[in-house]
Design a protein around this ligand. Structure first.
Ligand SMILES: Cc1ncc(COP(=O)(O)O)c(C=O)c1O
Length: 459
C-alpha cells in the first residue's frame, strides 16, 4: 500500500501539470459558464463523506463538476470588473504559502513571513515612488485597508473612542465615485452612513476640491468634526484620478487624515509617464493599492502604506498574555497593525512576482495593456454607432452604444453568451455604460481586436 505522502506526490505532479496546461492557454474554456444559480450545488452531495476519498476521485469531480462552473478570470478575454490574472510565479508562491501554512501573528510565530513582508512592501514602496518613511503592511483586500485607514484616522481625531466608544459628529469625505468600501468602513466603525459626505465630481469624474472645501466648512459651522478624506486614484467605474495634491492642501488645512484608494490604478505609478497619478501622495497619511488587481499577483494581496504606523498601532494593538513575546513595541508584530490576528504568508507570492518579472518586465506588461486600451478607444471613437464616456489613462475603456439602456444590456448579454469574452457594465446618470477592462497577463492585440469585432457584430 502506498504511503499518504507518495499519493500526495503523485497527485501533486498531476495537478501541477494540469495547472501548467491551464495557464498555457485558458482559451480552451468558455470565459464564463452557462449556468443558473444553484446548478453546481445541486450536483454535489448534501453532506461531506463519512470516510475519506482518494485524490483521483476528488480531482475527477473537480474537472467534471467544479471546472464547468468557473468564471475564468485567468482567460485573456476576461474583460469585466478589474481583471486580475494570476501569473505563473504568483501561483508558485501561493503553492508554497499553502504548504508552509505559517501564521505570522507575531514575529516569533513566523520570522520569515514578517520580515519578507516588510522587505517586499519596501520594494513595492520604491516602485510606487512613495517616501521611505511609509510603513507597509499586507491586508487581504483594499476594503480592509480602507477600514484600517479610517480606524487610524479616528484614532488621530478621537483617541478616546478606543476606550469609550464612538463619539457622534465625526464626518468623512470622499467623491461620489468612491468605492463602496469607504462607506462600508464608515458603517463598520460606527461613523454612520449619514456622516459620509459624497462630494460631487467634475466632467472627468474627479472629486471637485472646491466642493470638498465647502462641505468641510459647512460641517464645521454645524458643529461637526471632519476627520478623514479619501481620494481615489483610479475609480471603480471610470478609473478617474482625483486631484490628490489639491485634496492634500485641504486635508492639511483642516487637520484631516488623507487616505488614497489606489486599489486598481496604483500599479500604474510604477511607469514614469504615469507617476503623476500619485503626485501629492507623499503628503497622504495612507495609501492602499492592490497587487492582486494589476500586478499579476493571485488574490488576496492588498498593499497598505502609512506614514503614521504609530496611530495604526495605537488603534489596533491589544496583546493577550499568551502572545507576549518580549518584542512588544519593536514594530515587528503584525497583529498590532490589524484587526485580524492570524496572517497568511502572503508576501511570498508577491516576492515571486516582483523577482520573476522585475520592474522592467512589469512596466512592459502595463504599457502593453494601456496600449491595447488606447487602441480600443480609438476604434470606439471611429465607429459612429458608439460613444466613449471617459478618458483612458489606464487599461479601461468605457463606452456605450448610442441606443437605449435595453439595447446596451442586450448587447453585453449577446456578447457574453458566446463564451468568447466576458464584459461588464457600469452606470452614468442612469445610462448603462459598457466597460472594456484589460488586465490579464496573457491578453494579446488579437484578443482585444476580436472582442471589439464581436461587439460591433452583436449590435
Ligand atoms: C477603487 C477601488 N477600491 C477598492 C476596491 C475593493 O477592492 P478589494 O476587493 O480588494 O476590497 C475596488 C474594487 O474593484 C476598487 O475599484
Amino acid at each position: 500500500m502506498s504511503k499518504p505522502i507518495d499519493e500526495f506526490r503523485r497527485s501533486a505532479h498531476q495537478i501541477v501539470d494540469w495547472i501548467a496546461d491551464y495557464l498555457e492557454d485558458p482559451r480552451q474554456y468558455p470565459v464564463s459558464p452557462n449556468m443558473q444559480p444553484g446548478d453546481l450545488a445541486a450536483k454535489l452531495p448534501p453532506a461531506a463523506p463519512e470516510t475519506g476519498e482518494g485524490y483521483d476521485r476528488i480531482l475527477e469531480d473537480f474537472q467534471r463538476l467544479v471546472l464547468p462552473a468557473v468564471t475564468h478570470w485567468n482567460h485573456p478575454r476576461f474583460l469585466a470588473y478589474f481583471p486580475s490574472s494570476a501569473s505563473p510565479p504568483g501561483v508558485l508562491g501561493e503553492m508554497l504559502t499553502a504548504a508552509l501554512n505559517t501564521n505570522a501573528i507575531v514575529w516569533r510565530s513566523s520570522p520569515a513571513s514578517t520580515e519578507l513582508e516588510a522587505v517586499t512592501m519596501g520594494w513595492l514602496r520604491q516602485w510606487l515612488g512613495l517616501p521611505e518613511e511609509f510603513f507597509g503592511i499586507i491586508y487581504d483586500t483594499a476594503s480592509m485597508g480602507t477600514v484600517h485607514a479610517i480606524a487610524a484616522a479616528r484614532e488621530m481625531a478621537d483617541p478616546e473612542s478606543r476606550n469609550k466608544g464612538m463619539q457622534r459628529g465625526l464626518t468623512l469625505y470622499c467623491s461620489e465615485q468612491a468605492h463602496s468600501s469607504v462607506e462600508k468602513g464608515a458603517i463598520a466603525l460606527g461613523i454612520g452612513r449619514e456622516n459620509v459626505r459624497k462630494i460631487p465630481v467634475d466632467a472627468e469624474f474627479r472629486l471637485r476640491p472646491e466642493a470638498l472645501a465647502e462641505a468641510i466648512e459647512a460641517d464645521k459651522k454645524a458643529g461637526l468634526r471632519p476627520f478623514c478624506v479619501v481620494a481615489t486614484v483610479g475609480t471603480t467605474s471610470f478609473a478617474a484620478v482625483d486631484p490628490v495634491a489639491a485634496i492634500a492642501d485641504i486635508a492639511e488645512k483642516h487637520g484631516l487624515w488623507l487616505h488614497i484608494d489606489a486599489a486598481y490604478a496604483g500599479a500604474a505609478a510604477i511607469l514614469p509617464e504615469l507617476s503623476w497619478i500619485l503626485e501629492g501622495a507623499a503628503r497622504a497619511h495612507s495609501v492602499v493599492m492592490n497587487p492582486h488587481k494589476w500586478l499579476f499577483t493571485p488574490s488576496d494581496l492588498s498593499a497598505f502604506f502609512t506614514r503614521r504606523p504609530d496611530l495604526l498601532r495605537q488603534a489596533f494593538t491589544l496583546v493577550p498574555e499568551y502572545l507576549r513575546t518580549g518584542h512588544e513595541g519593536l514594530n515587528i508584530n503584525p497583529m498590532d497593525y490589524s484587526l485580524a490576528m492570524g496572517r497568511r504568508f502572503r508576501s511570498l507570492k508577491l516576492w515571486f512576482v516582483m523577482r520573476y518579472y522585475g520592474r522592467q518586465g512589469v512596466m512592459e506588461i502595463l504599457r502593453r495593456h494601456i496600449g491595447y486600451a488606447k487602441r480600443i478607444a480609438a476604434a470606439v471613437d471611429a465607429d459612429p454607432r458608439f460613444e466613449r464616456v471617459a478618458p483612458v489613462h489606464f487599461a479601461l475603456v468605457c463606452f456605450r452604444y448610442k441606443g437605449s439602456n435595453e439595447d446596451n444590456a442586450r448587447l453585453v448579454e449577446r456578447v457574453n453568451a458566446t463564451g468568447k469574452t466576458f464584459l461588464w457594465h457600469t452606470e452614468l446618470n442612469g445610462q448603462l455604460v459598457i466597460r472594456f477592462s484589460i488586465g490579464n497577463i496573457g491578453t494579446t492585440e488579437q484578443d482585444v481586436d476580436e472582442v471589439w469585432q464581436l461587439i460591433q457584430c452583436s449590435v
